[in-house]
Design a protein around this ligand. Structure first.
Ligand SMILES: [Zn+2]
Length: 377
């Protein structure tokens, strides 16, 4: 009898081990494939060159923190702009706006630098327990294209463990430990710091070396977060941003302007203005797919922004953007970013007498009423 029970227990143990191994191997393959997935960007004729960010910090070379910088140089001289997409890879409109510039636009005068995957490491995983999709798909002339929905922060495989308290350099500001992997808390960066601080350092050095006139950092926020459908500008960029904002409002695009808090450190709109001569502006659109009130989190939510729980929240006055059953499509969100970039370029010309002329940016209405895939290769 005793032997029979022993044999049964052994069998159960072996079965448990086999099931555990099967889950571990399957999940491991999935993690490995996602970490090493090669997202395809198809540069258009406007791209005149490219280089890796590690040119500005060799320690990044060969790491997941290194990323491609696309150069779009005009035929004539003019001012320059750096566009950062994918600072937070769970905010797809910034990533897609940057890719649209690279694939669809050309530059007549001045130079545009575009980094679609600013925190490259954060594109190699997504946030635990958020049930986010790994990918979303967009129909283009060349077929169905696949893009990554990543994480807000650097992959723990690249930077771990988080400290209990993150101390920002050089301000000494204390933040929650997990913010040590947030690219938009690491500027101006540290040359021998962690991967996130190194990426920030290299971006800051790029701006200094190329004497980049304007920097635009593209983001999305939850509809219940107050800083939304907004531009946040360093005091040096306030006149430029407010003029561009008025142009957007005249086009019927609702947007607000926020001053960069002088005591909140590590963000592009604060540190790039304090430590370089660039005029930094950050833009936010509304993204229900990473809001706290959302229901099912899937590819459709990422692309359409339609969610019954946000609809309910909006009816009860809990969101900061106009929200109805039409959702907030990826087209609307990318159109906001691109329209902002267009008017920042125009108003820079009015203020400083030199215009960065980007050709091919669709108008807000064209993109809002059309399909993002029409502007991708
Ligand atoms: Zn963000």
């Amino acid at each position: 009898m005793l032997e029979k029970i022993r044999a049964q227990k052994t069998l159960i143990s072996v079965l448990c081990l086999v099931v555990t191994l099967a889950i571990t191997v399957t999940a491991g393959i999935d993690f490995y494939q996602f970490r090493n997935y090669q997202e395809v960007i198809i540069p258009g004729e406007g791209v005149t060159g490219s280089f890796m960010l590690s040119e500005y910090l060799p320690a990044l070379e060969g790491t997941y923190g290194d990323t491609m910088v696309y150069v779009m140089e005009g035929k004539t001289e003019g001012p320059s702009m750096l566009v950062l997409g994918g600072t937070h890879p769970n905010e797809p409109s910034g990533h897609m706006a940057a890719i649209t510039l690279v694939e669809h636009c050309t530059v007549d005068a001045g130079t545009l630098y575009v980094i679609p995957r600013a925190n490259n490491s954060a594109f190699t995983h997504n946030d635990a327990q958020e049930a986010s999709p790994h990918f979303y798909h967009i129909q283009t002339a060349s077929g169905t294209r696949e893009f990554i929905f990543g994480s807000r922060a650097t992959n723990p495989l690249d930077q771990w463990p988080d400290p209990d308290v993150y101390t920002h350099q050089p301000s000494g500001q204390s933040l929650s430990g997990s913010e040590t992997r947030n690219l938009n808390r690491g500027y101006p960066g540290v040359a021998d710091g962690n991967m996130t601080e190194r990426a920030c350092y290299a971006i800051t050095e790029l701006i200094k070396d190329k004497e980049i006139d304007m920097t635009v950092d593209l983001h999305e926020s939850s509809p219940e977060y107050p800083t939304i459908n907004a531009m946040v500008a360093h005091e040096s960029a306030m006149e430029l941003a407010s003029n561009a904002l008025l142009d957007m409002m005249l086009d019927g695009v609702q947007i607000s302007l926020e001053p960069s808090p002088s005591t909140l450190h590590g963000l592009t709109h604060r540190e790039l203005g304090d430590f370089t001569d660039t005029l930094p502006v950050l833009m936010e659109t509304a993204n229900p797919s990473h809001g706290r009130l959302r229901g099912a989190t899937n590819e459709e939510l990422v692309l359409t922004g339609k969610d019954p729980y946000y609809l309910k929240a909006a009816e009860n006055g809990y969101v900061w953007v106009p929200y109805d059953e039409t959702g907030v499509s990826i087209e609307e969100r990318v159109a906001r970013h691109l329209t902002g970039i267009h008017y920042l370029c125009e108003e820079y010309g009015t203020l400083y007498g030199k215009t960065l002329s980007i050709v091919g940016i669709p108008s807000y209405d064209e993109l809002f009423n059309g399909s993002l895939g029409d502007y991708l290769n």
